[in-house]
Design a protein around this ligand. Structure first.
Ligand SMILES: [Zn+2]
Length: 494
């Protein structure tokens, strides 16, 4: 069945299912949809959740959806609620993945509420939506109404998740936990690690703090250390842990060295730091056993000069870039040299540069810019984030390396805020483009949008969504002409 028709069928069924669910008494242990295929009830539940959450920003849950929780359910949306989890535990013996849509609080002990078959518990969506389109790609009628930055970040995250593969189903018991915006302390994370030492993924910025609490003393006394199977390391070196808004003692600078020893399989790294973080906290990453696949380095303060700079990131790119690095995110980092990124990380699939400064003068003379290409790039997010850095443009070769890779260019998501692409940079058709989102690009013309999206080619499939915010070259007339060419794709001009 064509995907759009399938979605329409689900939309029609949801109100009926909710009416059945409202009158349902589960006292007898069976439900009316128990014999329906699990894939269908799972899709209905997810669709019902998307429909309901469109109207409000906070998560939601309806008790009527209990009728969609059957013995065949495999991936479900739930509210983190003891009685509901109890209901799930008695009815759903095949559930593997849980997306939590609403929670009041989370205690590590509440992990025991889960059915033992669950392998992935996600309070965020990043894990749950691997291989499928999340709600940010539903393009509801209010697309384009949110601020450019939060919308672009949400869409990039959703596109990237949709590209990821779900891990194989071989594992049993909880292996992946994404705590997203759940408020937990490092001590809570210690409890989780003690309860579930076999976790392969535990996403929360307090993870490395917790590993240090658990094993720091041991390590500093040169006692033997255990090994964890964690593939990710998330660490916050900033002095003020933002979610708690209380000043905390900063982590010891060598804490990543301990984390790398404890977690030899780690290959996904998220780091937060602030202007007073020591510049060498990242150096243990150059001696990791596993090659890094993902590196995210985010400075949470701006305005003050940081001690940690791009010079501290470059050796990591040199070490891991050529081999395995697929995703690189740098936020609010000074003196970034895009040539180092282009030349050391040829396999990048996702590149995020947000609020970074560029090294001046550009280092083009030291490189053969014409051959630098990111041929595998699927997602490019560039936000200037600073009105006053007008003399710090990215050198034009960066745009040639990323946007004009020509045929074979694989970009699916392109998000640019004030890129100041030099006039004369030839833009090419990006045949795989799903989302084009531009903000503060006065240089962009209707012709550029038509070329990049292939709207002048009869056979080309237009992107699913185009947003043009504060692009002075696109006025009401251009907007009308674009809309006529788009044949139903979502367009927001503001
Ligand atoms: Zn160059």
């Amino acid at each position: 069945m064509p995907p759009r028709l399938y979605t329409l069928c689900l939309e029609v069924l949801i109100p009926l299912v909710e009416r059945i669910g409202d009158g349902q008494d589960f006292g007898h242990g069976t439900g009316p949809l128990d014999s329906v295929a699990g894939a269908l009830t799972d899709d209905l539940l997810l669709r019902a959740y998307h429909r309901a959450s469109r109207c409000r920003s906070a998560g939601c849950w309806k008790d009527a959806w209990k009728t969609l929780l059957t013995p065949k359910s495999q991936s479900v949306v739930l509210s983190w609620d003891r009685s509901l989890l109890q209901f799930v535990k008695t009815r759903c013996q095949n559930t593997k993945k849980v997306l939590v849509s609403r929670w009041d609080s989370f205690e590590p002990e509440s992990l025991s509420w889960l059915p033992s078959t669950v392998t992935c518990l996600d309070f965020d969506g990043e894990l749950f939506y691997r291989g499928r389109l999340g709600p940010a790609l539903d393009f509801p009628s209010d697309a384009g109404q949110r601020g450019w930055l939060p919308e672009a970040e949400a869409m990039l995250k959703a596109l990237h998740a949709a590209r990821q593969k779900q891990p194989g189903a071989a594992s049993t018991g909880l292996t992946e936990l994404h705590l997203g915006a759940v408020q937990v302390t490092a001590t809570d994370i210690c409890t989780i690690l003690r309860r579930v030492p076999t976790l392969q993924m535990l996403r929360h910025y307090q993870l490395v703090t917790a590993l240090n609490l658990l094993h720091g003393e041991q390590w500093r006394h040169k006692e033997p250390l255990p090994k964890y199977r964690l593939r990710n390391l998330d660490v916050d070196f900033s002095h003020v842990v933002r979610c708690r808004m209380s000043p905390q003692a900063v982590l010891p600078p060598d804490v990543l060295q301990l984390a790398v020893l404890l977690c030899p399989e780690a290959c996904l790294l998220h780091v937060r730091f602030d202007c007073s973080t020591s510049h060498d906290v990242l150096s243990p990453l150059t001696c990791m056993q596993h090659a890094l696949r993902l590196l995210s380095v985010v400075c949470v303060t701006s305005g003050e000069r940081s001690r940690l700079t791009f010079d501290d990131v470059a050796p990591i790119l040199e070490q891991h870039g050529a081999d395995a690095l697929r995703s690189l995110e740098l936020k609010v980092i000074e003196e970034v040299d895009v040539h180092v990124i282009l030349s050391t990380c040829p396999k990048l699939e996702r590149l995020v540069l947000s609020g970074c400064g560029n090294v001046m003068p550009p280092t083009c003379p030291g490189y053969d810019c014409a051959v630098l290409r990111l041929r595998r790039l699927r997602f490019l997010f560039f936000a200037d984030g600073d009105d006053f850095s007008w003399d710090h443009d990215v050198p034009p070769c960066f745009w040639r390396a990323t946007l004009a890779a020509g045929h074979g260019g694989r970009l699916e998501g392109l998000f640019l805020e004030s890129p100041r692409i030099a006039p004369g940079t030839a833009l090419k058709h990006l045949p795989g483009l799903e989302v084009l989102s531009l903000c503060r690009c006065p240089e962009v013309t209707l012709g550029d949008v038509v070329t990049v999206c292939g709207l002048d080619k009869a056979s080309a499939r237009p992107p699913r969504y185009i947003r043009l915010s504060a692009c002075e070259g696109i006025g009401p007339r251009e907007q009308r002409r674009l809309r006529a060419m788009l044949k139903g794709a979502h367009l927001a001009v503001n």
